[in-house]
Every structure is written in C-alpha cells, then in structure tokens.
Design a protein around this ligand. Sequence first.
Ligand code: FES
Length: 137
Amino acid sequence: MERAEFLNKMGLGAMFALTATCLGSCSKNATTPSGPVDFSINLNDAANLALGTTGGYVIQNGVVIANTGNASYAAATVICSHEGERQIVYKSSGSQWYCSAHGATFDINGKGLNSNGSKGLTIYKTSLTGSSLRIYS
Ligand code: FES
C-alpha cells in the first residue's frame, strides 16, 4: 500500500490524532534545551542572589545552576530524562539533582540514583571569572 493510499484510507480524523499525539509527546521528550548551551550570568545581579549561598540555585535558559559550596558551581538541564517534565531542582542535602514530578534523583554528575533517574541527566560545565559564571556544553 502506497503512503498516499494509506492516508486516504485512514481519513482526516486519524491523521489529526496521529499528528496531535506526536506534537504532544515529541516535544516533551526532549531532555536538553535546544541548541548548544553557552551563556554567562553575573553573580551580582539580583536575579542570581540565590547563588551566593551554598545550596542555592537559579534556573536560566533551561538550565539549573547551583552553588555547591567552596566557590564551586554545577549546572544541569531543567528537563528530566524520565518523562520530560521541566522540574529538576538542586538539593544541597546529598548534592543531588531531583525531579519533583515523580522523584527521579541524580548525583551531581548526572548519574541516575533510582529507577526514574536511570537515563541520567545532562550536565553542563561551569567556569567562574570574577563575578561572571559561564555555563556551557
Ligand atoms: S518527569 Fe522527572 S521524575 Fe518523572
């Protein structure tokens, strides 16, 4: 059966259902922000004040940026690898990334620590120059 013949037999309703399914799940399954990550933030900006405290974190450009202590920072995608929810946060207790949707937990290097985190988490590099923190792939 040719593609055009198949689509004709399926009808417009079935085509819409297939398209709607893909649009809903395909975009949600992305586990990283689109395109390469490379941006800098100023730690002195009011929006980034949480990074002045160990365990504090901010979310910018689809990336969770955390102060891990001793003037060190870590960054990970906000998009969970389990079901694509944008609910990754940093938990200073245990230095872990955590998804509040279904409890996926990852170590600071993105390694999954439970079944919902088994696919791991995308981690980004950080580099501090003065008060400018660069986050990059
Ligand atoms: S989407 Fe994060 S644990 Fe399910």
